[in-house]
Design a protein around this ligand. Structure first.
Ligand SMILES: NC(=O)c1ccc[n+]([C@@H]2O[C@H](COP(=O)([O-])OP(=O)(O)OC[C@H]3O[C@@H](n4cnc5c(N)ncnc54)[C@H](OP(=O)(O)O)[C@@H]3O)[C@@H](O)[C@H]2O)c1
Length: 195
């Protein structure tokens, strides 16, 4: 059987590196991308440094990976909330980090995927929050991500698009309200990667 190719965006991050560990352990050929120059995961993955909120950079990534084989699973973990505090234009920052990085990853990479491939898009349960204020740009960007996931599925019926919307991700203890344990997310992703 062919070795499956998995690609994880935001691979240097908290969730991305756990997903990369899973994919390596499952025997996938594992590619990862983040903006930082180097692979910070400590894992034997093939690493690329690109800003996926820039369409041209996502296209270069796709051409590099496309020459290596068809992708079985794309897991979009690029995003997050870290840039919200520091930014003077929080809506722009959140739209780039969460929305555009997801859109350009999928638009560039889906043509290089197997017909029966899976795309996992990581949104956030925060988009259901009524709480406004500083976190609102993040929530708005995740609402946009959700809408995009629906469109991606409609435009590409043969691939399986799965939107995950975790609460605050924790790695120790039992989840409280609005929290999700990382083991739950990883076990859901495992089922999709193994499918
Ligand atoms: N952690 C939580 O509690 C939680 C809860 C719900 C949903 N989520 C969602 O889960 C995803 C992962 O969260 P996390 O906690 O792992 O975040 P994180 O630790 O901040 O990691 C995010 C990763 O995404 C990369 N990234 C951001 N923008 C990018 C871009 N334009 N191009 C390429 N890479 C980019 C970052 O790269 P650099 O490091 O190189 O900058 C970093 O490696 C995010 O979408 C987040 O919104 C997280």
């Amino acid at each position: 059987m062919d070795t499956k190719i998995s690609l994880i965006t935001g691979v240097n991050g908290f969730l991305g590196r756990s997903v990369a560990k899973l994919c390596v352990n499952l025997g996938c050929r594992t590619f990862g991308v983040s903006r930082a120059k180097s692979n910070q995961t400590g894992l034997p993955i093939e690493y690329f440094s690109f800003d996926l909120s820039v369409a041209e950079q996502a296209e270069i990534l796709a051409s590099k990976i496309g020459s290596k084989g068809k992708i079985s699973c794309l897991i979009c973990c690029a995003g997050g909330i870290k840039e919200l505090q520091a930014s003077t234009r929080p809506y722009e920052a959140m739209l780039k980090t969460n929305f555009l990085s997801t859109v350009y990853s999928c638009e560039s990479l889906v043509p290089h995927m197997r017909d029966d491939a899976s795309v996992i898009i990581v949104g956030s349960a925060a988009r259901y929050e009524n709480r406004l204020g500083k976190i609102s740009p993040y929530n708005c960007s995740k609402a946009a991500v959700c809408q995009y996931a629906k469109e991606l599925q409609e435009k590409n019926p043969s691939i399986k698009v799965r939107l995950m919307e975790p609460g605050g991700i924790i790695s120790t203890g039992a989840p409280q309200k609005n929290e999700t344990h990382i083991d739950t997310i990883i076990s859901d992703i495992q089922k999709i990667v193994e499918d």
